[in-house]
Design a protein around this ligand. Structure first.
Ligand code: PLP
Length: 466
């Protein structure tokens, strides 16, 4: 039996035995089950700060904050204590039938306090996907109440990620997800993404931003503005590969939405709670959304929680017109999850993590990450706050669009990810784009350590290819 670096008092276990049980019984999300069963899963047993440990004692620098969510880092005992206290007091009660609970109410007020001024209401869910399901139903309900029953179509973008429920995956623009289960559902259409590296040839970034936003107007005109309910987008696309839009993109999207009276939904499941250097990314990107989806960073992933910030334009109609909104979840406003979120937000405020990312560690990460551009494999590298990505290319070029790419069959991103995995670093591969979203508590010294690890693994990848 290997010595697991678990907390004192925790039960030790044999890694191989856990892997066998895992293979026998656990179907993992977004996983090739057969492939995983042939290898066995890595067993993660502990986290502290920005580091994780696996059952073999390997220390791993978590460049992805779990799954873009552990904003305050691992091992925050004050969150576990808040959770424990709430569990002892009231582990659960629902918010249906005109009841409420103290943490859910306090958290709603706190979220309103830290969100842009048009937001005064919150609808809770258990996840980001459910938040986007809520958006779909809420915007359609809004337009029905307004007397525009035709206005049901939602426009999203190819390669967007909005979750894994039927509505979330339909709103998302992932081909691999649409190919399974007959998605997207009717009433959801997609336009191109503002991916400068992929599609901006012959244009400046600023020109490309306007061009890409124009695809929205073209789609609205094709469908007929009277049919379009809303546009949904992540301020910076996360799972699609950290696609940072040109600065001109979002203000132009806002202008187009305003022109046709279309609702704007910002999916801030990743971008919220300090990730880009503001409480919400919308504040930085020049938009005034009607709905904001949140999850992940709201509780730093310690307990599942999600929801939707509902802007006054919609809330005034939903509340003013009366009648049930026939939607909700058993765990909407779960008292324990809300208690965890309140403590998580207190930490973010106390440690001034949003300001740190905006003014200190975010700019430092940008500089250090940009220094990787001199590596022979790196054709393009960019970052925003605490998300960053780099494109692995066969041959670099002065103009990024002239870079020579690897053929997808080579799976160079996966080779690179393998080196990260074997060298105590978590960095994700989306095709040949390598991405990070580290915990917001990461210090300058830890950024140095991370960037050194990345460079080392880029070197190993290059050596494999020669
Ligand atoms: N929206 C965005 C932008 C996301 O990145 C995610 C998850 O990664 C979701 C929605 C779905 O959230 P969840 O996995 O909590 O359902």
């Amino acid at each position: 039996m290997s010595a697991n670096p678990v907390q004192p008092g925790a039960q030790a276990f044999d890694t191989r035995a856990i892997q066998q049980l895992d293979s026998a019984h656990y179907l993992h999300p977004f996983t090739d089950f057969k492939d995983l069963n042939s290898k066995g899963a890595r067993v993660i047993v502990r986290g502290q700060g920005i580091y994780l440990w696996d059952s073999e004692g390997e220390k791993i620098l978590d460049g992805m904050s779990g799954l873009w969510c552990v904003n305050v880092g691992y091992g925050r005992t004050s969150i576990s204590e808040a959770v424990y206290r709430q569990m002892e007091t009231l582990p659960f009660y629902n918010s249906f039938f005109n009841t409420t609970n103290v943490p859910a109410t306090r958290l709603a007020a706190k979220l309103v306090e830290i969100s842009p001024p048009q937001f005064n209401h919150v609808f809770y869910t258990g996840s980001g996907s459910e938040g986007n399901d809520t958006n779909l139903r809420m915007v359609r309900r809004y337009w029905d109440l307004m007397g525009f029953k035709e206005r049901h179509t939602i426009i999203s973008r190819h390669n967007a990620y909005h979750g894994s429920t039927v509505a979330g995956a339909s709103l998302g623009g992932m081909d691999g997800m649409h190919a399974q289960g007959g998605l997207p559902i009717p009433g959801i259409v997609h336009i191109g993404q503002p991916n400068y590296f992929e599609s901006g040839r012959g244009m400046t970034e600023a020109e490309f931003g306007i061009e890409a936003a124009g695809w929205l107007e073209a789609k609205i005109l094709e469908l007929g503005p009277e049919k379009v309910a809303a546009f949904i987008g992540e301020p910076v696309q996360g799972a699609g590969g950290v696609i940072i839009p040109p600065a001109t993109y979002w203000p132009e999207i806002q202008r187009i939405c305003d022109k046709y009276g279309i609702l704007l939904i910002a999916d801030e499941v990743i971008c919220g709670f300090g990730r880009l250097g503001a409480w919400f990314g919308s504040e930085l990107l020049g938009i005034k959304p009607d709905l904001i989806t949140f999850a992940k960073g709201v509780s730093s992933g310690y307990i599942p929680l999600g929801g939707v910030l509902v802007g006054d334009r919609i809330a005034d109609v939903l509340i003013g017109q009366g009648g049930d909104f026939n939607h909700g979840f058993t765990y909407s406003g779960h008292p324990v999850a809300c208690a965890a979120a309140l403590e998580n937000i207190r930490i973010i405020e106390d440690e001034q993590l949003v300001k740190q990312v905006a003014n200190v560690t975010g700019p430092y990460l940008r500089r250090k990450f940009a220094s990787l551009r001199d590596h022979p494999l790196v054709g393009y590298a960019d970052s925003y706050g605490f998300v960053a990505g780099l494109n692995l290319v066969r041959k670099k070029a002065e103009v990024v669009h002239d870079c020579e790419l690897f053929t997808p069959e080579l799976a160079v991103g996966m080779i690179c990810r393998g080196h990260m995995f074997n060298n105590g670093m978590i960095m994700r591969a989306v095709g040949d784009r390598m991405i990070i979203a580290p915990p917001l508590v990461m210090t300058k010294a830890e950024i140095d350590e991370m960037v050194n690890k990345i460079r080392y693994c880029l070197d190993k990848t290059l050596a494999d290819l020669q």
